[in-house]
Design a protein around this ligand. Structure first.
Ligand SMILES: NC(=[NH2+])NCCC[C@H](N)C(=O)O
Length: 489
């Protein structure tokens, strides 16, 4: 199979499919470009909302270990199981059976399209700097604008538009340059006494213990790294195959540095209580405090360019997931349908109808950008956790390893990634878990549909127990949200 025919499911693969072979620098830029979307622009407020400087530092430390482990998991799985190229869910399926596999595909899909809802909200929140009626991106004017943007992207894709490499490069520069500029200016204006006035955050009673502060950062730091799981597919584009591992790790550390600096340096400009009240994208407010309005203008425009680019590639990706899963029998076959131009049109339509429905819910529930991306972050944990567990499983059983080949490193990485994922489920808190249960539970019907279509046994006993439990939690969660006992939106 030619490299370009690989039906990989990742932002990376759908974003770029040209023929030129890339060197290390360009590969690293691709990796960074596939990660940076909306998250970074709101880091100052998002991180300060529930944590002081110390907890933020610890939060980045935990994330660095967990995400790096996940990066190594995907690298080792890509070499151990080169035939499983359909993306994260294929690993979960190979390791833990069809029902876990289905839920990993379903969860990855939910994460992708709910993330797109958050993209639509934050674009219009940024535009409200110029047109105040857009408010926090959830006014009727904003939802109307977001819907127009959504369907504009839809029809572009239907017309066969994919992201050209050149557009990709321009978008990457347009989004990274302002972030670097921000860091440079804010570093000069940084005041150590502002930063260290309440280093532990314990001076602000509403933040709670350092531990609970750390917990509050976990979904934010996860969100900004989502997309890294796709980096291994760039290997098809690498001039030298070895470069891809280096590029992924380089891209990872570059982003980590950018992200940590944006969130930490901001605390030396504006103190935590005030930072936590800033409007998002909060990088704009921080830069404005240093240089005046042009700072906010630059950041808001950079966000719009960055997020529209990411919106396009994540729409392609979101449609690709059920499409590929429909072809291999994980999801119902209708998702596999392709238009004459080779666009997965049914899958795209269903995906964008869901985004549209959620935009309307956003309007009525007055949902915030942060609530929406938090749901998207929790939803992706199922495929992440089972990918980590699969790498660990291979290392334990020795499957796909040569005799005498060392398995300790892979085992450690697999376990670390799994523990990181499970810790995130805990750190996420009940309301986001409930929201995800509500979104995961209906998937069972689609699983049954796909199994029937292929004449396969519906559930193995353990799977049946899991399915019943999921339905029970989903129903209970829906009830709790209905009565208002819990709310995630
Ligand atoms: N639409 C999505 N599901 N996007 C997920 C990627 C999020 C990306 N890391 C960001 O900061 O924006």
């Amino acid at each position: 199979m030619a490299a370009t025919d690989i039906p990989s499911v990742s932002a990376a693969s759908v974003a770029t499919r040209s023929q030129t072979k890339l060197r290390l620098g360009a590969l690293t830029a691709l990796v960074i470009g596939s990660m940076v979307g909306s998250g970074v622009f709101s880091l100052p407020q998002n991180m300060a909302a529930g944590a002081g400087p110390l907890a933020i530092l610890i939060g980045w430390g935990i994330t660095a270990i967990g995400m790096l482990a996940l990066v190594f998991v995907y690298q080792s799985l890509a070499t151990r199981k080169p035939d499983l190229d359909a993306g994260p869910y294929a690993y979960a399926k190979a390791g833990f059976g069809p029902f876990i596999g289905f839920n990993s595909a379903w969860g990855y899909w939910i994460s992708a399209w709910v993330g797109n809802v958050s993209y639509a909200v934050i674009v219009f929140s940024a535009l409200s700097y110029f047109f105040p009626a857009f408010g926090d991106g959830n006014t009727w004017q904003a939802v109307l604008g977001a819907s127009i943007l959504l369907w504009a992207i839809h029809f572009l894709i239907m017309a066969g538009v994919r992201q050209a490499a050149i557009v990709n490069t321009i978008v990457t520069i347009a989004k990274i340059a302002p972030i670097v500029l921000f860091i440079g200016i804010v570093a000069v204006a940084f005041k150590i006494d502002v930063f260290s006035a309440d280093f532990s955050g314990l001076g602000n009673a509403s933040l709670g213990s350092v531990m609970s502060q750390v917990k509050s950062t976990m979904l934010v730091t996860l969100w900004v790294f989502i997309g890294i799981e796709g980096a291994s597919v760039f290997s098809a584009r690498a001039e030298r195959r070895n470069d891809i591992a280096t590029a992924t790790v380089l891209g990872f550390f570059t982003c980590l540095a950018l992200y940590a600096l944006v969130s930490l340096l901001s605390l030396g400009i504006i103190n935590q209580p005030q930072l936590s009240g800033l409007k998002n994208p909060s990088m704009a407010g921080v830069l404005e405090a240093v240089v005046g309005p042009w700072g906010a203008i630059v950041i808001n425009l950079a966000l719009v360019v960055s997020v529209i680019g990411a919106f396009l590639s994540w729409t392609l990706l979101a449609a690709e997931v059920p499409h590929v899963a429909g072809r291999d029998g994980t999801m119902p076959r209708f998702f596999a349908h392709e238009s004459e131009r080779g666009v997965p049109s049914i899958s795209l339509l269903v995906t964008n109808l869901l985004v549209q429905a959620f935009l309307i819910i956003t309007l009525f529930a007055q949902s915030t950008y942060q609530a929406l991306f938090s749901i998207a972050s929790v939803a992706i944990l199922v495929p992440y956790i089972f990918s980590g567990a699969y790498a660990a499983k291979l290392a334990i059983t020795g499957e796909s390893y040569g005799t005498g080949e060392s398995r300790n490193g892979a085992l450690l990485m697999g376990l670390l990634a799994t523990v990181y994922g499970v810790w995130l489920v805990y750190a996420a808190g009940l309301s986001y878990l409930f929201m995800c249960a509500i979104l995961y539970a209906p998937g069972i019907a689609f699983h049954i549909w796909a199994r029937r279509e292929n004449g396969k046994r519906l559930f193995h006993p353990v799977e049946a127990v899991l399915a019943v439990a999921l339905v029970a939690v989903g129903l209970y969660a829906a009830y709790a949200m209905w009565t208002g006992a819990v709310s995630a939106l």
